[in-house]
Design a protein around this ligand. Structure first.
Ligand code: SF4
Ligand code: SF4
Length: 324
């Protein structure tokens, strides 16, 4: 067996906006070998980002239609390709490394794979994310923390979006799971990754997450908020995922907190914190709550606007609404 199929798959994955760069250590290929058989690696590169039936992909690429349908069906249950169902027919599209192969490997994650991911982040992927101009997420605080005069557009209101979702799933946070397997980790809650609609169906059907009601999803959101996690929604028109991110394990947050990368490389901040100078006593509670060190204590707290994510966690430390 040669590495040709895996090298081709690596190059294919590297064409996504946030790619999958090669490394001199070859850890990128080791990860792909853990996830894909050689035949699966050859099948994965036949797909496009647009959902297509197995027969259509076979017609377009000259692959054997029956074998391809079998392969894609099996690969989709392990998170190697994305699958949606339309009118009962399974349609497949390619999954990037992130959001995709990495998150969907949550059930197969063991200490060996966790160590490979960790090595890859350190040697190549953190820089790839930091160099990208693609902000994968928008940070949305719970509405109670937003100044009451601010008109919230539907995509800014987390609980409203959660309540209007067709189906909802919750899965474990793979970053915190990975850290735990490597003997690190933190005390933040683990089962916090919410998916909605077609993304939720994918998680539920493949056993990567469990189906929950909108009430439970809202409860998870508020528990995450109390725990000090940042709510990061995917920047899609219809919300497909909300991740609840900690500053210590999440790759995007670590890019900001440990590598000093510009927040705009990772996140779109819709809001920013404003200190009410007339009532601030300088108690410093908000400074403790801020996950990125955007607040400093003094006679009054001060916000570094370049650092602030607009997550609203600081507002949770005081009883009044503070974001605008
Ligand atoms: S929590 Fe922050 S903004 Fe509120 S009084 Fe204390 S220092 Fe001031
Ligand atoms: S100051 Fe810190 S806690 Fe407050 S909204 Fe900005 S990033 Fe979040």
């Amino acid at each position: 067996m040669t590495d040709e199929a895996y090298s081709e798959l690596r190059e294919f994955l590297d064409r996504f906006p946030v790619g999958f760069p090669g490394t001199s250590s070859g850890v990128d290929i080791k990860i792909l070998k853990r996830l894909f058989t050689e035949e699966e690696a050859r099948a994965a590169v036949l797909l496009t980002p647009f959902p297509e039936s197995a027969s259509r992909i076979a017609e377009r690429t000259g692959a054997d239609p029956e074998r391809l349908a079998e392969l894609l069906g099996s690969m989709s249950t392990r998170g190697l390709v994305f699958r949606v169902r339309r009118a009962g027919e399974a349609l497949y599209s390619s999954a990037p490394f992130m959001i995709g192969l990495y998150e969907y490997s949550v059930n197969n994650l063991d200490s060996e794979l966790a160590a490979l991911y960790r090595e890859y982040y350190k040697t190549a992927y953190m820089e790839e994310m930091g160099a990208s101009d693609v902000q994968g997420y928008k940070v949305v605080p719970v509405a109670e923390y937003v100044e009451s005069e601010t008109v919230l557009l539907p995509f800014m209101d987390l609980t409203e979006q959660v309540r209007s979702a067709r189906r909802i799933s919750v899965a474990e946070c793979i970053y915190r799971k990975e850290a735990q397997l490597l003997g690190e980790g933190c005390d933040y809650p683990l089962e916090t990754c919410l998916s909605f609609g077609a993304a939720a169906e994918y998680y539920i059907e493949n056993g990567m997450g469990r189906e929950i009601s909108s009430e439970e999803a809202v409860r998870i959101l508020y528990d995450a908020d109390r725990a000090g996690l940042v709510h990061a929604g995917t920047k899609t028109r219809h919300l497909s995922n909300i991740y609840n991110c900690c500053p210590c394990c999440c790759a995007s947050m670590k890019g900001i907190t440990t590598r000093g990368h510009d927040k705009h490389r990772y996140l779109n901040s819709l809001f920013e914190a404003v200190v009410d100078g007339s009532s601030c006593t300088g108690c410093g509670e908000c400074v403790e709550r801020c996950p990125v060190g955007a607040l400093t204590r003094g006679d009054r707290a001060a916000v570094d606007r370049d650092q602030c994510l607009g997550c609203g966690l600081c507002a949770g430390s005081v009883p009044r609404k503070r974001l605008s």
